[in-house]
Design a protein around this ligand. Structure first.
Ligand code: ADP
Ligand code: MG
Length: 362
């Protein structure tokens, strides 16, 4: 008997929506289709704007949620069409929504989403709001993917799964499984490339490769207190925004060329990731990367140079790097329907495990 789920993810990079249709019966994970689409520019701008306080936010957030879910519905239709699967055969969609605020220490996290509209448009049950129960239990509500990583890539394998999205987060596959955000992966580099190249990201890291890391500036940026906090911890655009970078560059007395800043930002991602692994993981045999940053060979080479073990990607294990998070949300929807707790105290710091998400029936 097959058990079909769809996972939909739009991450902090605000680059687009990634979707996957998978059969999750019998502990197996079998992918039937994947699809991605960039966010329409006006929606992207509005979602980015909603990350900070602004006029008439409630109505704007509701409308942006509808716009996002229309992209989710488009991806869903595409997944069904390419796989030849009928909507009625899919048990549920796991739809993350778009994080616009993440302040677990203040007791809240906000994902813009319209799950009822998605259920209405697709005729498929939707599981959404994956983070708030864990936050209510005193946890970070993040990262959500470690339970899935453990299921797909092995419980106690000495592997570290490294997701290079806007933010970098890692899962340490030891006993007990742990996971946390380490700081920026692509977010600062993306913002800097947008400003100086007019491009959403530095394709293949070619621009960063032309610069030289400024070690003094790197030390200055690395002094951010959040980076020294012990896990469990999570972060997002609330902290590592272009404003964060501008404030630090403003306080820096020496002029550094934009190209060298880009090279320094790349190295900031690399050192914060590798230092977090050295400090918190035991004997690591392998780091398995995923997320869009795994498509940046300059970032990957810089990581490989410092890591004391081999660096692979999830593609080496049959999961394309851009589909891992979407697959995680299909898996989380499955976990929800099976009453399986996917938020773990060792990961999020919550008082107890919890079942992630809330169900909107078809
Ligand atoms: N060809 C590429 N070269 C360099 N960076 C890339 C490339 N493709 C994707 N990326 C990076 O990956 C990011 C998207 O990664 P993704 O895993 O979707 O992150 P998120 O979960 O935050 O949305 C882009 O914003 C970009 O920084
Ligand atoms: Mg993305």
């Amino acid at each position: 008997m097959s058990e079909l789920y769809i996972g939909l993810m739009s991450g902090t990079s605000t680059d687009g929506v990634d979707g996957i249709l998978a059969d999750l019966a019998n502990q197996d994970i079998h992918v039937l289709a994947d699809a991605s689409m960039p966010l329409p520019d006006s929606l992207r701008q509005e979602l980015l704007a909603l990350n900070s306080a602004g006029d008439n936010e409630l109505a704007r957030a509701a409308l942006a949620a509808n716009g996002l879910v229309d992209c989710y519905a488009t991806i869903t239709e595409q997944l069904l069409r390419t796989s030849g699967v009928a909507a009625g055969s899919v048990r549920a969609i796991g739809a993350h929504g778009q994080t616009v605020r993440h302040a677990p220490q203040a007791g809240y996290t906000v994902q813009i989403n319209a799950p009822a509209r998605l259920a209405e448009r697709t005729g498929i049950a939707v599981v959404a709001d994956f983070r708030s129960r864990d936050v209510a239990a005193g946890g970070q509500g993040a990262p959500l993917v470690p339970a899935f990583h453990a299921a797909r890539f092995g419980q106690a394998t000495g592997r570290v799964i490294l997701n290079l999205g806007g933010i970098a987060n890692l899962t340490i596959l030891e006993a007990p499984v742990r996971g946390f955000d380490t700081g920026p992966a692509n977010m600062l580099m993306d913002a800097w490339a947008q400003r100086h190249l007019g491009q959403p990201y530095d394709d293949k890291g070619a621009w960063a490769a032309q610069g030289r890391c400024d070690t003094e500036l790197l030390r200055h940026l690395s002094a951010e207190p959040w980076l020294a906090l012990p896990p469990p911890k999570s972060t997002g655009r609330d902290l590592f925004s272009i404003d964060w970078l501008d404030a630090r560059l403003h306080a820096w007395p020496v002029s550094v060329s934009p190209t060298d800043v880009q090279a320094t930002l790349l190295q900031l991602s690399v050192t914060t990731i590798t230092e977090a692994i050295a400090a918190h993981a035991g004997a690591v045999r392998e780091v398995v990367a995923c997320g869009g940053g795994a498509l940046n060979p300059v970032l990957m080479q810089a990581l490989a140079q410092i890591l004391p073990c081999r660096l692979t990607t999830t593609a080496d294990y049959g999961v394309p790097v851009l589909t891992v998070e979407a697959l995680a949300f299909a898996w989380l929807a499955h976990a929800h329907l099976h009453g399986q707790a996917a938020c773990w105290p060792a990961v999020t710091g919550a008082r107890h495990p919890s079942i992630a998400g809330c169900l909107y029936p078809a």
